[in-house]
Design a protein around this ligand. Structure first.
Ligand code: CP
Ligand code: NVA
Length: 343
């Protein structure tokens, strides 16, 4: 049996029922969508992390918080972590999940996305979508009276980034001033990490090959958020320089779902961006290695790093569930059913 290495920092413990970030988020986010990290303020991102830590510590306190709530997951792409962490998350709070496999029938093909929304909202309390086009998610949100959550689109993976920074906070105790380096494709995961890091006061450095840098609109938005939170976002093309002194090094696959036809072209371009022991040695001695998973072993990351002592990838996977439980509690008004919040 493998061991779980999560360090529980007392600094992360907060009296959640009195916390202004959580109380503010509970009031503002009930009934809202979460299509992008940009839908959340810095205070709301902090609230999700604080609540995520509490849900993880005290799961029994929340076991009836979403009694009888129905969640539908409609996924156009494969998933292990996202599907199971949402399903287990709602099941352990008294709710129920229904999975609709859309891998062979993209949303909007059989009937319009608006018509799907107008049907589904009559049966369920929240819609969780994994899509190719980001617009599919925003269109569903625009037409649905129940909250819509982005469970990965071509543009963002916000639930991943929330769990990732919750995990980093667990390991470091505190996030502001942390030096976080992303190496690889400037893709959906990278976008959400840049936005979330900026909201949490984290200095984010991104190193991508030329032609694979993150979207300029997200970069501009993340830089504005970073400025407000006294941190910075740097874009480089040199992975060695980006790794220098980092507290965390993160990578993702260089061939995301939907880009499989570019595999042969991308392999040599991304080879110098592999996270291996040499690159990890450039980072701070206590640096952690992070990956959203699934990993392509010995492509974007070597076995030695992925399975090594600095790797926290399975803590990230576990925290998908806790962070998403916190998000669901806020979007579905579940804290009203939790004793600590209702008295
Ligand atoms: N990290 C992540 O989203 O994993 P899945 O694709 O398995 O859901
Ligand atoms: N960037 C990857 C993330 C998978 C969780 C993809 O979109 O396939």
């Amino acid at each position: 049996m493998s061991s779980r290495a999560t360090i529980d920092h007392p600094e992360a413990a907060v009296k959640v029922q009195n916390d202004p970030d959580i109380l503010g988020a509970a009031a503002r986010l009930a009934g809202e969508d979460m299509c992008s990290i940009a839908d959340l303020s810095s205070s709301e991102v902090r609230a999700i992390l604080k609540l995520g830590h509490d849900v993880k510590r005290n799961p029994r306190e929340y076991r009836h918080a979403l009694d009888a709530k129905q969640m539908v997951l409609m996924f156009e792409k494969a998933s292990l972590r996202t599907r199971l962490s949402f399903e287990t998350g709602i099941n352990t709070m008294g709710g129920n999940a229904i999975f609709v496999d859309q891998t062979n029938s993209p949303l909007g093909e059989r009937e319009s996305i608006a018509d799907v929304a107008r049907n589904v909202e009559r049966w369920v309390d929240v819609i969780v979508l994994r899509t190719y086009a980001h617009d599919t998610i925003t269109e569903m949100a625009a037409n649905s009276r129940v909250p819509v959550i982005n469970a990965l689109s071509d543009f963002e993976h916000p639930c991943q980034a929330l769990a990732d920074f919750m995990t980093l906070e667990e390991h470091r105790g505190s996030l502001p001033g942390t030096n976080f380096t992303y190496v690889g494709d400037g893709n959906n995961v990278c976008h959400s990490l840049m936005l979330t890091g900026a909201q949490l006061g984290v200095n984010v450095t991104v190193a991508t090959p030329r032609g694979y840098s993150p979207d300029i609109e997200i970069v501009t938005l993340a830089r504005d958020i970073a400025q407000a939170n006294n941190c910075e976002l740097r874009l480089l093309q040199d992975p060695q320089a980006a790794a220098e002194g980092a507290d965390a090094i993160y990578t993702d696959v260089c061939v995301s779902m939907g880009f499989e036809h570019e595999s042969t072209k991308r392999a040599p371009i991304f080879r110098p961006f592999q996270v291996n022991e040499v690159l990890m040695q450039k980072a701070s001695p206590n640096a952690v290695f992070m990956h959203c998973l699934p990993a392509r072993r010995n492509a974007e990351v070597t076995d030695a790093v992925l399975d090594g002592p600095q790797s926290i990838v399975f803590d990230q996977a576990e925290n998908r569930m806790h962070a998403q439980k916190a998000l669901l509690l806020l979007l579905l008004g579940g804290l009203a059913n939790v004793q600590a919040f209702s008295c």
